[in-house]
Design a protein around this ligand. Structure first.
Ligand code: F6R
Length: 608
């Protein structure tokens, strides 16, 4: 998400810090800032916009320093403003913090600190950190940081400097990556190896619960009980570009592989399993209106539209609310009549898609309630809708959407659970769903364990010029998403169909060289999909089945099988979409195409 770099040493802290921050630019961000210490004073500068803007301001000042911490922010809590940018400071301007992650209990901590007289100047969750550290500070920075962290619930990768301890920076990790390196050039820390790889290829990857004190020629790593940890360095043989992709060949593959983490981020702090509910701060302001909602219209484009189709099943099944889904590009030209008590839900990764924005304008003209599920904080759709839920999936760089999709479906499940529990969904059923949602990161990890088998399948089938994807119920939108992924990056013609529609036309296409990918987890419509598979096999069509682990009986029926873990059927798309993403990726790679930059496509479609 956000980018962090810190340095302490004799080699020109400002230059090292700014160059490192620039290397994190590829991740996307909305504001940037730094704090630099010359041993006596700390200067802190923050700007809205690109690192260039920060460079301009810094260029006008005479900043010399021996330690520096820098941050590029991708907003999660609070708008894109200078005061919300990092570093954040305590009341006295002694302690400065840059932070990635989310402090879940910041509201409670902030209220307590305010009662003690602390003054807050931002809307961020991060700002509680310098104040809490200040509260415990007694001249020993690491001790104060550790004491503060014991009160924190949530995730962090953080770097702290203090005016009165200018010989060190203190860093800590909980679920948010940090690497450190101390060598003859000084001490370095970064959220991403790419920021510091030009200074050192030997790095130590911090683990959750670890705290490091970094000096210019020395470091120590302990746990939160101050027990010293003996850590080994890792030698990275990546160049800078490889480092930005964490060693993956493409951003698309990196984003596919990080879905366990992005989905965990989408649900973090939002599920109360024992009450069987979800807590969604972004729609809290309209929760009373939502109680009376009788119809939901979902509007989106492309992959976000397919997530919307899954949302339709979820909202109808869990909340009993009639739901309709349309392409925003079509809807904007419909003469749609509004009815009382309906809501319009916009789903968009970028929050800038022109067709979705135009449809939103039409909805606003009619004064209907508009909601958003948006990944990019502060984007147009996020700003223009009445209320909404952010995905928190992190920046998506590959043009083909992958982690945004799984995150959208998770957020839709959270919204459906929220609305369901406002209505007739029982406590027991709410608990079951909440528990299943919470297991998703682990199940995604299992799904991603052996992707080499899918790579082999892509090679086996890459002479086919056409592909069909089929599925029923929750798997039907996955079939369409699979066909979209394949066509957009491998340029192979592919179609996604409801399995039940096969005999109404598309089955005419089936022959030996027209393979089908059947998404058929063992759910309530499994037997029906198996019948459709049999119809394809009877016409000599090849079938790859994506089905539930342990399903042996399908072996005799299909040509190839990809297994996914067992999960409640309402969440099955989050697992079943992963093999089709991987399949499309390796198909593209097998033809020598760059999946990150498919021809004719742009990441954000801001024209009609
Ligand atoms: C496909 C893809 C596009 C987008 C669509 C909507 O991989 O990325 O189909 O899903 O252009 O974009 P957002 O979600 O930004 O509104």
């Amino acid at each position: 998400m956000c980018g962090i770099i810190g340095y302490i040493g004799d080699n020109g802290a400002l230059d090292i810090g700014m160059k490192g921050l620039k290397r994190l630019e590829y991740r996307g961000y909305d504001s940037a800032g730094l704090a630099i210490s010359n041993g006596k004073e700390v200067s802190c500068i923050k700007v809205v916009g690109k690192v260039e803007e920060l460079e301009k301001i810094v260029g006008d000042k005479d900043l010399v320093g021996s330690s520096i911490i820098l941050h590029s922010r991708w907003a999660t809590h609070g708008g894109i403003t200078e005061s919300n940018a990092h570093p954040h400071a305590d009341c006295k301007g002694n302690i400065f913090v840059v932070h990635n992650g989310i402090i879940e209990n910041y509201k409670q901590i902030r209220e307590k600190l305010k009662l003690m007289g602390h003054k807050f100047v931002s809307e961020t969750d991060t700002e509680v950190l310098p104040h809490l550290i200040e509260h415990f500070y007694n001249g020993n920075l690491e001790e104060a940081v550790i004491k503060a962290l014991k009160y924190i619930k949530g995730t962090y990768g953080l770097v702290v400097m203090a005016k009165h301890n200018s010989d060190r920076i203190v860093v800590a990790r909980m679920f948010s990556p940090l690497v450190i390196s101390v060598n003859e050039h000084g001490g370095f820390v970064a959220s991403d190896p790419s920021a510091i790889i030009s200074h050192s290829k030997r790095m130590i990857f911090l683990e959750d619960g670890e705290v490091a004190v970094i000096k210019k020629d020395d470091f120590i790593i302990t746990d939160l009980e101050r027990k010293v940890k003996d850590k080994k360095e890792t030698e990275l043989d990546w160049d800078i570009e490889e480092a930005q992709k964490s060693g993956y060949a493409h951003f698309m593959l990196k984003e596919i592989m990080e879905q366990s983490e992005s989905v965990a981020n989408s649900m973090r702090g939002r599920l109360i399993i024992e009450e069987g509910i979800s807590k969604l701060g972004g729609i809290d302001s309209v929760k009373d209106k939502l109680k009376d909602i009788k119809k939901i219209n979902i509007l989106a484009c492309g992959t976000s539209y397919y997530a919307g189709l899954i949302g339709e099943y979820l909202l109808e099944e869990l909340a009993g609310i009639p739901t309709e889904v349309d392409f925003a590009s079509e809807f904007r030209y419909r003469k749609f009549p509004t009815v009382e008590n309906e809501a319009y839900l916009f789903i968009s990764q970028s929050g800038e898609t022109a067709d979705s924005l135009a449809a939103l304008k039409e909805v606003k003209k009619r004064k209907a309630l508009s909601l958003g599920i948006v990944n990019v904080v502060g984007s147009s759709i996020a700003r223009e809708t009445d209320a909404g839920v952010y995905n928190h999936a992190g920046p998506e760089i590959g043009v083909a959407s992958t982690k945004a999709f799984t995150s959208q479906v998770v957020v839709l499940a959270l919204v459906a659970l929220f609305l369901g529990r406002q209505r007739n969904l029982s406590l027991a059923d709410g608990k079951t769903i909440a528990k299943e949602i919470s297991k998703l990161p682990e199940l995604i990890n299992n799904t991603l364990k052996d992707i080499s088998a899918i790579e082999l399948l892509a090679k086996k089938y890459n002479s086919a010029s056409n592909f069909l994807f089929i599925g029923r119920k929750y798997s039907y939108p996955v079939a369409m998403e699979g066909a979209l992924k394949l066509k957009e990056i491998s340029y192979i013609h592919s179609e996604g169909y409801s399995a039940g529609e096969m005999k109404h036309g598309p089955i005419a296409l089936i022959e030996e060289n027209f393979p089908t990918i059947a998404i058929c987890p063992q759910d309530s419509v499994y037997e029906k999909t198996v019948s459709n598979i049999q119809e394809i096999k009877a016409r000599n069509g090849k079938v790859i089945a994506i089905t539930t682990q342990g399903n042996e009986e399908i072996k005799s029926l299909v040509d190839d099988i990809i297994y996914i873990p067992k999960v409640n059927e309402v969440l099955s798309p989050i697992l079943s979409v992963i093999p089709v993403q991987i399949f499309a990726y390796y198909m593209a790679v097998s033809f020598g195409h760059n999946p990150d930059m498919p021809r004719n496509l742009a990441k954000s479609v801001t024209v009609e």
